[in-house]
Design a protein around this ligand. Structure first.
Ligand SMILES: [Zn+2]
Length: 285
């Protein structure tokens, strides 16, 4: 599943391509990918343009030029957004089968712009969705997300509040979108390793000094991952069509039975709350 750095990479890539382009046609091939009626969905998009692209956690928020209208897109497990014009094909999302022709059988929503370019919402497993909402609904949905790491609210004081008095395991808390927005399995493991904290420790037992490390690690790791266009597995591509360059920077995720780059002992893996978790039993306490 694309996490915050991957979704932010798509956001930035699309912002360079589709802003202020007007939409001339919309096709919905799979009803389950949208909320509400297909005809309403199409009517909301046709004739308007994308005025801005925002993100909270893993959710993309397209501001439409029509007053009080937003298009929300969540890629979930296997969603992909692919932009294509005469010269370029740029794509973001996860686990790409090679894109040979567009649209293909995974293209469930197709948006056509006035200049002839297209935006395809492809999804192999169809857990992703697109929906049109008004300002009020958009704000309600936004409010369900916890602290967003790239926002000005991501401060040391607010970070501490997320962890205080919570008996939950650290990793479960990091993954809980209502507490922290956008962190998934890859970056949760990386952040815990970087902060030298074992991911199953109860959150309220983590000392202020350790928590400060966790706060700093979260900022640094997410920023570095975005700078490199996210993490690539199999055929993941950034919105610019390049493989995400952060994979080689991963210190624990996917490295079980390999040596810890900090202490040389083997990285171990076990399940925490059902999620495969990578850690170093020696340098994480
Ligand atoms: Zn180690």
């Amino acid at each position: 599943m694309p996490e915050l750095p991957e979704v932010e990479t798509i956001r930035q890539g699309l912002a360079r391509k589709i802003l202020h382009k007007s939409i001339v046609a919309v096709e919905v091939r799979k009803k389950r990918m949208i909320f509400g009626r297909i005809s309403d969905f199409i009517r909301s998009l046709r004739g308007v343009h994308i005025a801005g692209i925002d993100r909270v956690g893993k959710l993309l928020i397209f501001k439409l030029s029509q007053k009080d209208r937003y298009l929300l897109v969540h890629l979930k497990m296997t969603g992909q957004l692919i932009y294509q014009d005469k010269k370029t094909l740029i794509a973001g999302g996860h686990n790409f089968p090679k894109i040979e022709k567009l649209p293909n059988k995974y293209s469930h929503i197709i948006i056509k712009f006035r200049d002839g370019s297209h935006l395809y919402f492809n999804d192999l497993r169809q857990f992703g969705y697109a929906r049109i909402v008004g300002e009020q609904e958009k704000n309600k949905i936004r409010a369900k997300f916890g602290l967003e790491p790239l926002s000005p609210e991501f401060t040391w004081v607010n970070f501490q509040k997320v962890f205080s008095a919570k008996k939950t395991k650290l990793k479960a808390l990091l993954l809980n979108q209502q507490h922290l927005a956008g962190i998934g399995n890859i970056y949760a493991d990386e952040i815990c390793w970087s902060a030298k904290i074992l991911p199953w420790r109860p959150a309220h037992k983590i000392s202020p000094a350790e928590l400060k490390n966790l706060f700093n690690s979260s900022k640094i790791i997410l920023a570095r991952a975005i700078a490199r266009g996210g993490t690539t597995f199999s055929d993941y591509r950034t919105a610019e069509g390049r493989p995400g360059g952060y994979r080689r920077q991963l210190k624990v995720y996917g490295r079980h039975n390999l040596k810890c780059v900090r202490c040389g002992r083997l990285i171990l893996k076990k399940k925490i709350n059902g999620r495969g978790t990578h850690y170093c039993a020696h340098c994480q306490k």
